[in-house]
Design a protein around this ligand. Structure first.
Ligand SMILES: Cc1cc2nc3c(=O)[nH]c(=O)nc-3n(C[C@H](O)[C@H](O)[C@H](O)COP(=O)(O)OP(=O)(O)OC[C@H]3O[C@@H](n4cnc5c(N)ncnc54)[C@H](O)[C@@H]3O)c2cc1C
Length: 404
């Protein structure tokens, strides 16, 4: 669907952000809220309904169960931000408290090798102060008697600051508050960029409506379309759209307690979703898809998701699918981790890209860090430099093993 385009009020901005969903709005809000940043901000968003964004298709969960310490710390800031949302929003009485349902992620292991990986990652998480516990099969069965644990050796589970959070309300308030603090949002599409004579800076961004906007800094917050925006500046990044399926179902016999977000060895995950349940999975064959391909594949429910759910939780043999959707991960094919910060030669081109399935929870820390980088030329709260683009050019993967 095409939307009426608006022209920006000015022809030059200190920061132009391409994409105004979770990341565009996170960066805009943190910048607009930073007392040391006095510049102008333009957010260019081609679809103000956000209908086909990753942000609208998210499952909105957070976890501290990552293999890289920095990813644990990034999610710990998400929990702090969500739990103290109104305080972070300057105690604005209009701002609601945000829900955070900490039923935890239950990472099941069906081999000694994977149980060993879980024990190692538990140590990384515990060293950061996370509440992750390694559980034996008997301990799992005792705490959650509804699981069929045939073939399961152990699991990692964490009941502190891990589970569902109301990220959509957070997104709405970032957008609203960023505007109130001076960021200008326009419905428009970035279609081209020009670089200066040395090639080291993007000088301007051209919009679909024809205007050419001069910029101090460009932020690529285009989600699964990140590579299209990068190419406008002559840059390639290893990010592509991958389809992920979500299913909502009702159970004839609901469980007597919360279902943790259970990562089954089959690749299917399932969790409580209010009085319903939610499951998700990738397709077995997982290619890059067309940017506009959101077609649902019902055979994935019939042949993959439902059998895995019924096997792991026999009480779920009688369930009814009530809703489903397909969304796109902005999938980093290089090492499945975020790509953040400036390009190595085009110095004023900043990435916030490649978040795969954990971008919602990373948006507070990554938005804050990007605002620090633009304002001070360095990260001040958390050192996010392990996510630098330079690792790709140097062929130095910074691999995150816990990607769902
Ligand atoms: C099924 C699914 C489940 C997920 N579950 C979780 C979860 O449980 N926990 C978690 O942390 N994360 C989860 N994620 C990931 C998370 O949702 C994403 O990482 C996050 O929403 C990415 O936000 P974004 O702003 O980068 O991208 P998007 O939301 O896709 O936004 C990009 C925006 O850029 C705009 N745009 C693109 N190109 C242009 C252009 N040239 N000009 C103007 N505008 C442009 C688009 O219209 C869009 O609004 C999930 C994702 C999916 C798909």
């Amino acid at each position: 669907m095409s939307h009426a385009l608006n022209a920006p009020k000015k022809s030059s901005y200190d920061v132009v952000i391409v994409g105004g969903a979770m990341y565009g709005s996170s960066v805009a809000w943190f910048l607009a809220s930073n007392p040391d940043f006095n510049g102008s901000i333009l957010v260019v968003e081609k679809d103000p309904t956000y209908e086909f964004t990753s942000t609208s298709h998210t499952n909105s969960c957070m976890r501290q169960q990552f293999s890289q310490e920095i990813n644990v710390r990034v999610s710990q800031f998400a929990a702090e931000f969500v739990k103290n949302f109104r305080a972070f929003m300057d105690d604005d009485p209009r701002v609601p408290e945000l829900a955070l349902h900490s039923y935890g992620y239950m990472y099941l292991a069906d081999s000694e090798a994977f149980a060993c990986v879980l024990r190692e990652t538990q140590k990384v998480q515990a060293a950061c102060g996370a509440g992750t516990k390694h559980m034996t099969r008997d301990e799992i069965q005792h705490a959650y008697p509804f699981y069929n644990l045939d073939g399961i050796i152990g699991a990692n589970h964490n009941l502190i600051d891990e589970g569902y959070f109301d990220g959509n309300t957070l997104f709405d308030w970032w957008k609203r508050s960023a505007r109130e603090r001076g960021a200008e949002y326009v419905t428009n599409e970035a279609v081209a960029m020009t670089r200066n004579a040395s090639g080291r800076r993007v000088e301007s961004v051209t919009l679909k409506s024809g205007e050419t906007i001069s910029c101090g800094t460009v932020v690529n917050a285009s989600g699964p379309r990140a590579i299209l925006t990068s190419r406008m500046a002559g840059i390639n990044i290893p990010v592509e759209p991958r389809k992920r399926y979500t299913f909502i179902f009702a159970a004839e016999k609901p469980l007597d307690r919360d279902l943790p977000l259970t990562i089954d060895p089959s690749g299917v995950h399932m969790r409580s979703d209010g009085t319903y349940y939610l499951a998700g999975c990738p397709p077995d064959d997982d290619p890059a898809v067309d940017y506009d391909d959101f077609e649902q594949d019902h055979s994935i429910w019939e042949e993959k998701a439902w059998p895995a759910i019924a096997n792991r939780i026999p009480q779920f043999e009688a369930i009814k699918l009530t809703n489903s959707w397909a969304g796109h991960y902005a999938y980093n094919t290089f090492d499945q981790n975020a790509i953040l910060g400036p390009h190595t030669t085009v110095e004023n081109f900043i990435f916030v890209n490649g978040f795969s399935g954990h971008g919602f929870q990373q948006s507070p820390a990554m938005g804050r860090g990007t605002s620090e980088l633009i304002t001070y030329g360095e990260y001040r709260s958390l050192d996010l430099s392990p996510f630098n683009f330079s690792r790709i050019e140097e062929d130095r993967p910074f691999t995150e093993k816990a990607v769902i």
